[in-house]
Design a binder for this molecule. Structure first.
Ligand code: FES
Length: 104
């Protein structure tokens, strides 16, 4: 088990239990954060858009082409944008922090 630190759209900080085998989207959703994830992790809705803080953002696998296209189309794209459903949690990410992007 590990922890990720998520800031919601009101600026409230949440410490969420994280475990390998889940994506960041599943950890956020299971932690009760208001992340719609309406496609269920299929990389087709962009409603799981988050901003991953450094140094964590630079440690993640690069975005796949489909994630890149989808996240750039949100209208709130930043260099540290990720679709949370496309990022698997692993122990090396213990302590990762992120912020929910504006609703899509
Ligand atoms: S849950 Fe739909 S793109 Fe991530």
């Amino acid at each position: 088990m590990g922890t990720i630190i998520a800031t919601d759209r009101d600026g409230e900080v949440h410490r969420l239990a994280a475990r390998q085998g889940l994506t960041l989207m599943e950890i956020l959703r299971d932690g009760g954060l208001p992340i719609e994830a309406i496609c269920g992790g299929q990389c087709i809705c962009s409603t799981c858009h988050v901003y991953v803080d450094e140094p964590w953002a630079g440690q993640l696998e690069p975005r796949a082409a489909d994630e890149q296209v989808m996240v750039e189309d949100t209208g709130s794209y930043q260099d540290n944008s990720r679709l949370a459903c496309q990022v698997p949690y692993e122990e090396a990410l213990d302590g990762l922090s992120l912020t929910l992007a504006p609703e899509y």
